[in-house]
Design a binder for this molecule. Structure first.
Ligand code: IMP
Ligand code: MG
Length: 175
């Protein structure tokens, strides 16, 4: 049986402060517009819930469910969509909210999928950017925190469905 140890890397106070900054930036950039915010389930649900309540422009929310990780902490590299959005995005300003940008394969798949439906604009907001792990070149427009590598849980992020409920973000070590 694996032994898992974890330590806090971003406290809930640090996260809250960063969410306020991101929300202020997004509100400024989209001033006078109405956006559709698409959250990627399940990992982004906590971040998205906090973010939309700090954004000062009107928004509509929708969700998609994408998965590339099987059990464990390594990406399978194969992305599957198990739930599509339910809103028409043609000619609309879209902001995707994702938990982690890792290899970039999930976001590349989803962005390509959405672009076929001709949105007016498409931007991406990620909570964590793992910059050393990219397999496809991909840049997010709004980034909460940038880290090199490691596996993170809490604040919506899971390891085998565990730890999503924790209010802080932890890095875990599996021995
Ligand atoms: P990518 O396709 O490799 O960029 O994978 C991104 C997806 O993998 C994210 O949406 C996360 O759900 C998941 N993921 C990647 N790294 C972590 C992590 O450190 N903790 C939890 N989930 C992760
Ligand atoms: Mg995810």
């Amino acid at each position: 049986m694996d032994k898992i140890s974890k330590e806090i890397i971003f406290s809930k106070e640090t996260i809250q402060k960063r969410v306020l900054e991101l929300a202020a930036q997004i509100s400024e950039d989209y001033a006078g517009k109405e956006i559709i915010i698409i959250g990627i389930l399940k990992g982004a649900f906590v971040f998205m819930a906090d973010l939309i309540r700090e954004i000062s422009i009107p928004c509509i929310v929708d969700f998609a469910r994408l998965a590339s990780y099987g059990a464990g902490s390594d990406s399978s590299g194969k992305v599957v969509m198990t739930k599509d959005i339910e809103t028409s995005i043609k000619g609309r300003d879209i902001l995707i909210v994702e938990d982690i940008l890792d290899t970039g394969l999930t976001m590349q798949y989803f962005v390509d999928w959405l672009k076929e439906r001709n949105p007016k604009s498409l931007k991406i907001c990620v909570l964590l950017n793992k910059r050393k792990r990219r397999k496809v070149s991909f840049k997010a427009d709004y980034v909460g925190f940038t880290i090199d590598d490691g596996f993170f849980v809490g604040y919506g992020l899971d390891f085998n469905e565990m730890y999503r409920f924790l209010p802080d973000i932890y890095v875990i070590n599996i021995n």
